[in-house]
Design a protein. Sequence first.
Length: 389
Amino acid sequence: MVDRPLAASPRGGALTASAMDFEARLATGTIEARVARSSRPPRDLFGFAERRNPKRSFLFVSKVLGRHIPVAPSVMRGATRELAGTIPADLPGPVLVVGMAETAVALGAGVAQDYAAATGRDDVLYLPTTRHPLGSPLWLTFEEEHSHATRHLIHEPLDPDLAASARGARSLVLVDDEASTGKTFVNLAAAFRAAGLAPERTVLVTLTDWSGGSAARALGATSVALLEGTYRWRPIPGAPLPTMPGVDVTARGAHSPDPARDWGRLGVREHRTPSAARLAPRRGERILVLGTGEYVFPPFLLAEALERAGADVRFSAVTRSPIALGHAIETALAFGDNYGLGIPNFLYNVVRERYDRIVICVETGRAALDPALVEALGAEVVEDGELYG
């Protein structure tokens, strides 16, 4: 199975709609994508894959995100900085940045961090969606109907100052890895309105926006993306639909996150920087750092620190997203989740022999990890509290 560009422009720089179209034939149909604008070669930004999800079979897989394809931390940081640099610097504040669980949690955190750094603002608050109830008050919930896990939660910040910033936000920045129809953004914006937030400005941020601008138009929002385009899905009549594993769970598990040590689900302005010294990286050492589920931004910051120390680092993450082999997904491992939800988790495109060392980072404690994953990777495990010592 091969994704194929249908036409390519000889010109350099940003691409236009006539410059490059893509097509991938999947088991249940054909996905066609047309690029209208891209800040870099489209093949450097995305590939195709097939979801094991009867509600939507196709998937755009990011090559700069560090979720389904391991990526150098500097590449991922380059994407968040580029996106942050395109967000208007003069948004009325406070500015509330929301990253979509689970795939865009680290993306949203990076965009918020880079936007604050680029503008020098101190009124930027990051508050991601989650599928893990913390046992503390919820601010709002909303549905992502086509997803493998439909229900999202946003918690009320416990810190009074952060709560005041969130509820008083005059600008709302919504971050996701990609937009197909934009319905998820529309649902989230409606949930914020129902919860009493009436922002003056809304900005939609994606790595790839395939909605043709429909989401931004529906919300009267500004759209920021590395790539913009449209797509068409042509299903095969009568093709058997895939069976989805039971991952649509939003609940507290036996190893639920500890609100007292939470990295951002309760709101955060500044992230602590992990130390690479504990891992004693060698210059040029090939290290893969893995986040787990929604616990991805502290591990990403660790991967950055290791890269700065001279190691040859890649970053990726364990996910509950069920994807079939083929196209952008070359390998897959399945194992039990570390939150005690009793659902399968997956790791894609990781070949043990490509790395000298693999480090798995967890917020649940190392004992909660499936031993089959640790053994398959020959990995060492780092708990959240050990990142900073």
